[in-house]
Design a protein around this ligand. Sequence first.
Ligand code: SAM
Length: 245
Amino acid sequence: MSSNPTIWRATVLTLFPEMFPGPLGVSLAGKALASGLWRLEARDIRDSATDRHRSVDDTPAGGGPGMVLRADVLAAAIDAADAAPASSKDRPRLLMSPRGRPLTQSAVAELAAGPGALIVCGRFEGVDQRVIEARGLEEVSIGDYVLSGGELAALALIDACVRLLPGVMGSQESGADESFSDGLLEYPQYTRPQVFEGRPIPEILASGDHAKVAAWRKAEAEALTRTRRPDLWAAKGGQEGQKTR
Ligand code: SAM
């Protein structure tokens, strides 16, 4: 594999490498992957196990249910990724984790602007705390719910980053106007037919008056954000958000 440092690269450490590229192999991300706009490497954590049974987990210290991913095995998997030709050494090291910093569009944009990421997918009850500290893993959450493993979370994070890479989205799918790009949710979208089950497209969208369309969309985006996401509205408008609610 070429180690061109300018290409955005995701190295995923997982017990289920067959889950990759999965949905990232189709549509925008898949085409971009096939044409070399970004790179993906899924490495099997189990390859770093050292015992006869290739075990990667053990019972939690102090007792309790489930199993914990071992620090020594995961550390060896991270070190092997660092030592590989397309080294992950200079990329952010993320651990998908429900305890982590919530993933936001601005964090995604920051990651997409960098060289890529090394992404560790937890399983079982999670991973031994010592490897998080020893290898400087930053915990990232994709929401306040618990998945069975970090793979779906990693796929979501990578997808969100890849679509922002130069050349991945065409001008038609530009991200400039999307939800969160301006701290607001996106306005409602419409397309043909002109009337669907008695519901017409809002008249203003057919007016051809670009300034009026833009003003309508802004007002709709603000109204949606105010009612659905008062947290975003307050963060954007502060006092203004309080007044108009
Ligand atoms: N015992 C852990 C807890 O209560 O925080 C949950 C472990 S979960 C069953 C197994 C793995 O799934 C985690 O180590 C993490 O990698 C991944 N995971 C689960 N929910 C996630 C979320 N909301 N965001 C990111 N990763 C998640």
